[in-house]
Design a protein around this ligand. Structure first.
Ligand SMILES: CC(C)(COP(=O)(O)OP(=O)(O)OC[C@H]1O[C@@H](n2cnc3c(N)ncnc32)[C@H](O)[C@@H]1OP(=O)(O)O)[C@@H](O)C(=O)NCCC(=O)NCCS
Length: 159
């Protein structure tokens, strides 16, 4: 069964849904480089106020058949344009992240574009590969969600 995946601007009504998604322990473990305390509502509100007020950040809500499924973004990180995404667990495994990132890549034309994924975040790595990213480097940093240093791949897409 295929579903209708669209991107639209983030609204205030989406934020409580993103907050619940941010609490998911399995999603945090996968993403690794997450908020220090995902349950901190004030930090969450401050983070979203900052990124929604930043004109250099493109942040879109992912709608699946009209339901808020997650978010996808493009922003500058370590001086390079980077993409990221977070999909609520009940929507996993249906190609949603792949379709959402594909849609973002159509509207964000900056190239090269970069992305990062923990080396064991198999799902995210597959999303990036299917969207035309290839490994361009490696890095290692402290990951809040694992309270440890974690290895990650840096991905790049030129076309
Ligand atoms: C990573 C994430 C975005 C994937 O979302 P999704 O909508 O399930 O991804 P897709 O359905 O587009 O799947 C992409 C590929 O990953 C594979 N995949 C999905 N979940 C997987 C898992 N847990 N283990 C292994 N492969 C997995 C799919 O089979 C698919 O590959 P295929 O087409 O070769 O079969 C989602 O799990 C998520 O939001 N996780 C938490 C946040 C996060 O990790 N964000 C990325 C930070 S780098």
């Amino acid at each position: 069964m295929t579903c209708d995946v669209r991107l639209r601007d983030v609204t205030d009504e989406d934020l409580p849904i993103f907050f619940v998604q941010q609490l998911d322990p399995e999603a945090n473990r996968m993403a690794a480089f997450t908020a220090k305390d995902p349950a901190d509502r004030q930090a969450f509100a401050a983070h979203w106020a900052r990124i929604l007020g930043d004109e250099t950040v493109v942040h879109k809500t992912v709608l699946v058949d009209g339901r808020v499924a997650g978010h996808v973004a493009s922003f500058e990180h370590f001086g390079q344009p980077e993409v990221s995404y977070w999909i609520g667990r009940e929507f996993w495994g249906q190609g949603i992240a792949t379709m959402a990132l594909t849609a973002l890549l159509r509207s964000v034309r900056t190239r090269p574009l970069y992305a990062r994924a923990a080396k064991d975040n198999v799902a995210s790595i597959r999303v990036l590969e299917k969207c035309g990213f290839t490994v361009s480097g490696e890095d290692r940093g402290f990951a809040n969600a694992r309270d440890a240093e974690v290895d990650e791949f840096i991905f790049r897409r030129d076309a």
